[in-house]
Design a protein around this ligand. Structure first.
Ligand SMILES: [Ca+2]
Ligand SMILES: [Ca+2]
Length: 274
């Protein structure tokens, strides 16, 4: 049943950055406190940065000023500088209680690819958590209520296409979109239920392709990546036939057969085509 639209009472603050040298002549040590509020729930994420490494991250969740969870976040020493997100406090499953999301970069590129979600258990008194690895799906836009029903969705970009066709860092946001919802303590791929949003994303990719095609020196790698991402979006829209038709009209180069075959294989491997 659709809920009436509500505006989440959400605020995020970075409270302070304090610099101090722990030892004479040693490297800087920075204390960071980040917080978010949702109604009577307050979240505080604290950690220290030393030698560009995040150390000792901890989370504290309070409800009506009473602490209900306080614990260390296990980051496995792989999180690099500045790549632990602001905590997000919002109701992402529509039960009117906020979930708390902390996004982590667990690779050296600083890509946000793991989320920890804290949510109230069945008693509604205690928070428990799950870790969710996004693997090839990277969090770029994070969360957004894409269909304006008051419940935010989680937006990721599918990075497998970038890996196959471009690998240029400036193109790393050119990718098919995936939209996830949080239900029964899990993220579920729900892309096909948000067709208006995916359609807009596909249209933006097509416009980007048109721009690149008209550039002085269009990059063939970039053209391939944009069209491949566009086609994957068209599969999510259940318009694959139209997508292939447009793609074949648009990409007429010497290596077109080879490109179409590798794209077909990738779409199968990534389950866009079944
Ligand atoms: Ca909730
Ligand atoms: Ca929504």
């Amino acid at each position: 049943m659709a809920k009436s639209y509500r505006i989440p009472i959400l605020s995020i603050t970075v409270l302070f950055f304090a610099f101090s040298s722990l030892f004479a002549g040693s490297t800087e040590h920075i204390n960071v406190v980040k917080s978010a509020n949702y109604r009577d729930v307050r979240v505080e994420l604290t950690y220290q940065i030393r030698d560009n490494q995040i150390n000792n991250p901890r989370i504290k969740i309070s409800k009506s000023n009473k602490a209900i969870l306080e614990e260390a976040i296990d980051i496995d020493k792989r999180v690099i500088f500045e790549d632990i997100s602001l905590p997000i406090a919002d109701d992402i499953d529509g039960d009117w209680e906020p979930e708390i999301i902390v996004n982590l970069a667990l690779n050296t590129k600083g890509e946000l690819n793991e989320s920890i979600v804290y949510f109230l258990d069945n008693t509604k008194k205690q928070y428990k958590s799950i870790n969710h690895s996004w693997h090839q799906f990277l969090l770029f836009e994070e969360i957004n209520d894409v269909n304006s029903d008051g419940i935010p969705e989680i937006i990721t970009l599918d990075h497998q296409f970038h890996k196959q066709f471009s690998q240029e860092s400036e193109q790393d946001t050119v990718a098919p979109i995936k939209i996830w919802t949080f239900k029964n303590e899990k993220f579920v791929d729900n892309t096909k239920n948000y067709k208006d949003y995916v359609y807009q994303h596909a249209l933006n990719l097509w416009e980007k392709f048109d721009e690149e095609r008209k550039a002085d020196k269009p990059s063939q790698k970039t053209l391939k990546l944009i069209l491949a991402s566009y086609l994957a979006d068209k599969y999510s829209l259940e318009q694959s036939e139209d997508g292939w038709k447009r793609l074949k009209q648009a990409y007429q180069f010497e290596d077109s057969e080879e490109y179409f075959n590798s794209l077909k294989e990738l779409l199968e491997k990534t389950h866009y085509s079944q």
